[in-house]
Design a protein around this ligand. Sequence first.
Ligand code: 5AD
Ligand code: SF4
Length: 458
Amino acid sequence: MPFQQVPSLKQPPRFGEGKQYWINTFGCQMNEHDSEVMAALVENLGYRPASDPQEAELVIINTCAVRKKPEDKVASMLGKLGALKQEKDDLIIAVGGCMTQQEDLAAYIKNRFRQVDLVFGTHALPRLPELLDRARREKNTIVDIEEDYSGREGLPAHRASIFHAWLPVIYGCNNFCAYCVVPYVRGRERSRNFEEIVSEASGLAQKGYREITLLGQNVNSYGHDLPGKPKFASLLAELDRIEGLSRIRFMTSHPKDLSAELIDTVARGKKICEHFHLPAQSGSNRILDKMNRRYTREQYLDLARQINEAIPGVSITSDIIVGFPGETEEDFAATLDLLEQVRFDSAFAFIYSPRRGTKAEKYTDRSTYEEKEKRLQALNKIQQRISLEENERLVGSALELLVEGPSKSNPELQTGRARNNKLVHFPGPANLTGRLIQVRITEARTWNLFGEREGEPY
Ligand code: 5AD
Ligand code: SF4
């Protein structure tokens, strides 16, 4: 008797056949990669990418909860989608990502935006096909914000780039910095299996990817939850041996966990790029302590010194929070002084945004938003001067670029990224995308550099 196939509940029919999808992504690189996984999952249901959200039969919003601003944008987007849904009855609207992993926000979206068919948290990604299947058949809004970590391994991804790939190595965060919602919405740290990562990276190299970026909220704590406790430095060293791959990046590093061994591995690695995204958050010990960052200003400065000494041409970038509750003029001055001492290549500064359920939400905060805005502007002004000065030091030097495509502001120029993560524009033909070339830097600006091509692509 022939073997009878039982249709699996996990694989719904290809109900997306002949239909189009649109995904809108907010927030960090982890979210961008999650959206690539969502894209592959819905394409397996038959959906094809739409070139315009108006034409899509499925719209997914992948939300970010780290600050209030992106949350507000989601609310306004959902309002607009409500109007579209009135014209288009068969439109499915799904909201996923960090915002929805919080019970109160999931309930808010469900109740306030009746047009939403599905609310799925960060852990529901593997269940997206079944959830969409239910959403198209049931009238009520489906909500899945279970804290069930299973099923994440082995999911497909439809990568946005053909030469650069995001590669998560650790999910979640255990650090509970006092201001941060991430540990609540992404759960506890789960490292991916060492061999699994190496084999995925090899597979990507075989498919022609030149660059991978290893992702984690705190990549330095990779492995502590795995048998044998492999170190992040060992993972990097192993990946450095993969043939075909040209560059390996990683983010984000936490100053409290960044080891001398890792600095040494980056210094020795052939493919490991000379760039650390090492958020300082503040330069005041009092504030660092209140933030629960678990390092001091002195330790941070020492780490930056070690990195600079060990790795010629390295760039260090940072995140800074301005206006954390209780931040005085003196604390703020200590942060400005840290910027001057470290001389970051760039720093993203954010005004503190209170987040539900975090420790800092309950801290008293006497300064006004206007004061915080003033501080942010003052900080940005100083950092922009430093960024420009650091870029000017590169004029005349040769850098290797991985070409990303035509420049967004001037299509006659091509844009590439140097190993130190700087963007460089240069005159050149459009067929260099995804290739490596050498440029000589001719001009520096605050956010980018200009150069002239030297030699042939490789
Ligand atoms: N308010 C402002 N900025 C925040 N970040 C994280 N949480 C908050 C918050 N509540 C910033 C930190 C972090 C970056 C990703 O976002 O600087 O490094
Ligand atoms: Fe948030 Fe701190 Fe974890 Fe980074 S390390 S995700 S800032 S809790």
